[in-house]
Design a protein around this ligand. Structure first.
Ligand SMILES: [Cu+2]
Length: 117
């Protein structure tokens, strides 16, 4: 009985960690264009750091065949782009003010952010 309780507590702790505490590592945008792979329910990397006066292209490579992964949306930039399967697609990111810009698929199952310093 006690073991079941302990297992339950550990499970709850893991769930809390996964959904609220776990933050994937951010990827700093360098001089080269960054490639974001769309696969298995995630963007990789999903956190992108950029400087405020940079213009950059972010290349999205969709490897996930599910139709859900097809659309890339960056609502704050009014970007809505269809990603063909296994074909790199360049998304132009204009100079942006500091802040967080979310990007996601149509149903928001795939999620990521661009952080501007
Ligand atoms: Cu989706």
């Amino acid at each position: 009985m006690l073991i079941i309780n302990i297992a339950g507590v550990i499970l709850i702790a893991l769930i809390i960690w996964w959904f609220w505490l776990y933050k994937p590592q951010a990827e700093q945008m360098g001089d080269d264009d960054l490639v974001v792979v769309v696969e298995n329910g995630v963007y990789k990397p999903s956190h992108i750091l950029m400087d405020s006066n940079d213009t950059h292209d972010i290349t999205f490579l969709r490897k996930d065949a599910s139709p859900c992964a097809e659309t890339l949306m960056i609502p704050q930039l009014e970007i809505s782009e269809t990603l063909p399967l296994n074909k790199p697609t360049k998304i132009h990111i204009p100079p942006l003010g500091a802040g967080e810009y979310a990007f996601h698929c149509q149903m928001q199952m795939y999620k990521g952010t661009i952080s501007i310093k």
